[in-house]
Design a protein around this ligand. Structure first.
Ligand code: 13P
Length: 256
């Protein structure tokens, strides 16, 4: 019912046209014919033009890693959703933990960006997740519930259904420490229950929830086999064509 979505988050690691071309030259032929998995590459702003040009005739979609909630004005250094849309960008990551922690983005700001992205018809991938100390002190579900309430505040059913949620436990990002499939599934079920309470079961069943945090070809299959894990948001392993392809194939293999 929910098609898997694999999004590569290149972070600030591949941003020049040459770096984009080098990766895609290998990647595009490798994923040719995979059409039941949504494939998204979220690249730095400087890489988007090359990314969009090269992937135009493929099923690969381009995503940005951030945007501002205003369309125009005196916001030095920010990127308008209008620019993204005009460029041909389809997806946008919002509220990544690196934006929250390093750049101090609040739930309130992320909520504004989310509403604007939906208004502009950009597809948001919204990240939530707990820190290690929060997990160790048994606060994971409290943190997730708070982020869900604040980040998705005042979203109607149709808007919620268009939003992809990425559960990214912060302690698993870039650390090589993956949540076990059981740990991840427990939180995905919890998120779906919250959606069911706030909206209804049909909405909860239709929202795609990705896992993110040290996904690798070696652990992707076990994660994606869980009923409530609808693909992944992949950092490090999305930089190389071979590893990203293997992760996408693992998602494809979970489709019955
Ligand atoms: P890693 O896959 O490198 O752990 O990064 C996860 C992530 O933050 C994706 O947004």
């Amino acid at each position: 019912m929910r098609s898997p979505i694999i999004a590569g988050n290149w972070k600030m690691n591949r941003g020049t046209p040459d770096e984009v071309k080098e990766m895609l030259k290998k990647f595009i032929p490798q994923v040719k014919g995979i059409d039941l998995v949504d494939i998204v590459i979220c690249a730095p702003f400087t890489a988007l033009q090359t990314l969009i040009e090269i992937t135009k005739k493929t099923g690969i979609k381009a995503g940005a890693q951030n945007m501002y909630f205003e369309e125009k004005g005196a916001f030095t250094g920010e990127i308008s959703p209008n620019f993204l849309k005009d460029f041909g960008v389809e997806y946008v990551i919002l509220g990544h933990s690196e934006r929250r922690d390093i750049f101090k983005e609040s739930d309130e700001l992320i909520n504004k960006k989310l509403k604007k992205a939906l208004y502009m018809d950009l597809k948001p991938i919204v990240c939530i997740g707990e820190h290690l100390n929060e997990r160790e002190s048994g606060k994971t579900k409290g943190v997730i519930e708070y982020q869900m309430n604040e980040t998705f505040k005042d979203l109607n059913i149709e808007e919620m259904k268009k939003t992809v949620i990425a559960y990214e436990p912060i302690w698993a990002i870039g650390t090589g420490k993956t949540a076990t499939p059981e740990q991840a599934e427990e939180i995905h079920v919890f998120i779906r229950d919250l959606l069911s309470q706030k909206y209804d079961k049909e909405t909860a069943d239709s929202v795609r929830i990705q896992y993110g945090g040290s996904i690798k070809p070696s652990n992707a299959k076990d994660l994606f086999n869980k009923e409530n894990i609808d693909g992944g948001l992949v950092g490090g392993a999305s930089l190389q064509a071979d590893s990203l392809t293997q992760i996408i194939k693992a998602a494809e293999n979970t489709i019955k």
